[in-house]
Write a new protein. Structure first.
Length: 113
């Protein structure tokens, strides 16, 4: 954000522009995350994800659906749904926080100028 403001001093940096720039940088970060996640998932065909989820489910002692969830770990549909939901959840978080951070940075930079 600061580099953008220094290179283009004739443009007025608004919170909307800052949010847009933040979302662009968040989109790039999200794309790197998706490539890394899908690559690691395909490298061992989801074995590490199944192991982590199994440990998480086993840690929940009072969950009445524990056996059902553990059986679902072996299902390809369950794992595909989990990975897609994880990607969507992280995408919303990354883009949202990046936009908010860009808007705040634009506001702070505009005050300094």
């Amino acid at each position: 954000m600061l580099l953008y403001a220094r290179r283009r001093p004739e443009l007025r940096l608004t919170t909307r522009t800052g949010a847009r720039l933040g979302m662009y940088s968040g989109l790039i970060s999200f794309a790197v995350f998706v490539v890394a996640l899908v690559g690691s998932y395909l490298a061992d065909r989801g074995a590490s994800f199944r192991q982590l989820l199994g440990q998480f489910i086993n840690a929940q002692a009072n969950n009445p659906r524990k056996a059902e969830l553990l059986n679902g770990l072996n299902s390809p549909e369950f794992m595909a749904t989990f990975v897609v939901m994880l990607i969507v959840f992280v995408g919303v978080l990354v883009l949202g926080f990046s936009a908010v951070g860009g808007a705040i940075a634009a506001k702070l930079i505009r005050r300094r100028q």
